[in-house]
Design a protein around this ligand. Structure first.
Ligand SMILES: Cc1ncc(Cn2c(C)c(CCOP(=O)(O)OP(=O)(O)O)sc2=O)c(N)n1
Ligand SMILES: [Ca+2]
Length: 536
């Protein structure tokens, strides 16, 4: 007899989802007991780490990842990580074990009461099948829903007595379904936008994470070069959609209304692709756009397009849209200003003696040192929040899939996501730059990195404080707020406790030596660097 469990694994294999990121409880064991030989289970010690690893893995592969969590308590632990996956448009199928169907109403131990309510509003869909024979179809629906534009997480709760039940007769149809989005670019709208761009005196591009998710970076370069347009990365950047060594690259827009308006002044048409308009952060009301500037918005997400406070938007798949726009606009020739831009592709190796006040290393110099030693195709996972500006000013990124940052700012993404990205892409070295504050939200990922020999280089920038919050406390006149310092944590001891060798670096020489050794190793390393308390 074919059971629901047999058919579920068959469906996951059909979709190539043969890696299970999980942390089990008794509710999950009847499902996991049937795991076939050709699947691998990646255990995370906290569900936030499990989801972060799956998020990194899915973003790096561009394919849906499979997660198995424990009932309500496990799902609840993952909610913080889910905020990032939701805003990153990450395709995830998150399953959670439910108590025996007939006992949930009594709310016996480990009942996930109102299971489909718990993950909302951070999932595209949440379901608990009404009978065992609908489990496999529900999982099939989850895979397609997670994958269709805009991609995103889906949650399925399954009572554990369903797995042994006989599967329904219709399951075979699910294995040969093909479900694709229209994909046809909105030709007329793209043509209209191309016309407006051609007529513009000084167009400018603002590119977001979905350009990198669609691997449309090269077409974005063609579009910028044909238009002779400078390129900004959209604010609160969670991906790198454009090579930072290209002379058109101007940096990341600040996450403030007035800051963005200032940077866009002088441009009569702004084209935003693959990002919401905009992911503001600090509140400083002002004019959304410079007077006379027109904003055009290309998004794969109807929600983004509908809720924007300004601009004309078209909802369409990002990859084909960038290619179509690059094709449609008129070639203007390379602007002279690009040729005077200093060579962006030379490493800036800092003076070895550079020190901040108090003798601590300057974060920018640490980042420049990492950049100088890293492979040209290194992948970075960044979660050091007060030094994001230093990061983008010092780290050169050339290829798609080079940068990941928590898309909703939910900390605890960095270390787990770095493990997931490195698992997805063993050909490229992953370097995680993590603040000492952020590290504590995802530190158990070190254990998974050690257990599965996933060679991430974790660099902890230890300034002993929640630096970004100190920055906000100044802006918000709240410097007497408590809870802003995290002094005295020994990350080398923590790392070694989880099985990852640790090195301390108090000078740039020590950092260079530790980095060189770490990059030569095929196992994970943690390097703890003591840095200045606030970015310059
Ligand atoms: C899960 C979670 N908890 C708390 C915060 C609040 N928070 C916190 C606690 C920050 C400080 C991070 O400190 P860090 O040491 O990682 O980096 P910096 O010192 O460079 O800011 S930034 C920020 O938004 C958050 N974003 N996410
Ligand atoms: Ca810090």
């Amino acid at each position: 007899m074919t059971t629901v469990n047999d058919a579920a694994w068959e469906l996951l294999r059909h979709h190539g989802m043969t890696t299970v990121f999980g942390n089990p409880g008794s509710n999950e064991l009847p499902f996991l007991a049937g795991m076939p030989e050709d699947f691998r289970y990646v255990l995370g010690l906290h569900e936030g780490a499990v989801l972060g690893m799956a998020d990194g893995f899915a973003q790096a592969t561009g394919r849906p990842a499979f997660v198995n969590l424990h009932a309500a308590s496990g799902s609840g632990n993952a909610m913080g990580a889910l905020t990032n996956a939701w805003y990153a448009h990450t395709p995830l199928v998150i399953t959670a074990g439910q108590q025996v169907r007939s006992t949930v109403g009594q709310e016996v131990m480990l009942s996930n009461v109102d299971a489909t309510v718990l993950p909302r509003p951070l999932v595209k869909h949440a379901a608990e099948p009404t009978c065992a024979q609908d489990v496999v179809r529900t999982l099939s629906q989850a895979v397609h829903t997670a994958t269709l534009d805009p991609a995103g997480p889906v949650y399925v709760s399954v009572p554990y007595d369903d797995w042994a039940a006989p599967v329904g007769t219709d399951t075979a149809h699910l294995l040969d379904r093909r479900v694709v989005a229209g994909g046809a670019v909105a030709e007329a709208e793209i043509a209209r936008m191309a016309g407006l761009l051609d007529a513009a005196e000084a167009p400018v591009l603002v590119l977001g994470p979905d350009v990198d998710s669609a691997r449309a970076n090269d077409d974005a370069v063609v579009l910028a070069e044909r238009l002779g347009a400078d390129v900004w990365v959209a604010p609160s950047a969670s991906r790198c959609p454009f090579p930072t060594v290209h002379p058109a690259f101007r940096g990341v827009l600040p996450a403030s209304v007035t800051g963005i308006t200032e940077r866009l002044t002088g441009h009569d048409v702004v084209l935003v692709i693959g990002a919401p308009v905009f992911r503001y952060h600090q509140y400083d009301p002002g004019e959304y756009l410079p007077a006379g500037t027109r904003l055009l918005h290309v998004s794969c997400d109807p929600g983004e397009a509908a809720r924007a406070p300004m601009g004309d938007a078209v909802v369409t798949p990002i990859g084909p849209a960038v290619a179509a726009l690059a094709e449609a606009v008129t070639e203007r020739g390379r602007p002279a200003r690009w040729d005077t831009a200093e060579g962006a592709d030379e490493a800036s190796v800092p003076d070895a003696g550079a020190r901040a006040a108090g003798g601590r290393l300057v974060a920018a110099d640490v980042l420049a040192t990492i950049d100088a030693l890293a492979p040209r195709d290194a992948v970075y996972v960044n979660e050091a929040t007060s030094t994001v500006g230093d990061f983008w000013a010092n780290i050169r990124m050339r290829r798609p899939g080079s940068y990941y940052f928590p898309a909703s700012g939910g900390l605890g993404f960095g270390m787990p996501a770095a493990v997931g990205v490195q698992l997805a892409d063993p050909q490229r070295r992953v370097i995680a730059v993590i603040g000492d504050g952020s590290a504590n939200y995802g530190v158990t990922a070190l254990w998974s990195a050690a257990q599965y020999r996933i060679p991430v280089v974790f660099v902890i920038l230890n300034n002993g404080t929640y630096g970004a919050l100190r920055g906000f406390a100044t802006k918000l006149d709240a410097l007497n707020a408590p809870g802003l310092d995290v002094a005295g944590i020994d990350f080398v001891a923590l790392a070694e406790g989880y099985g990852v060798p640790g090195r301390r670096a108090a000078t740039l020489e020590e950092l260079r030596a530790a980095l060189t050794d770490a990059l030569a190793a095929d196992t994970p390393t943690l390097i703890e660097v003591t840095t200045e308390a606030l970015a310059r």
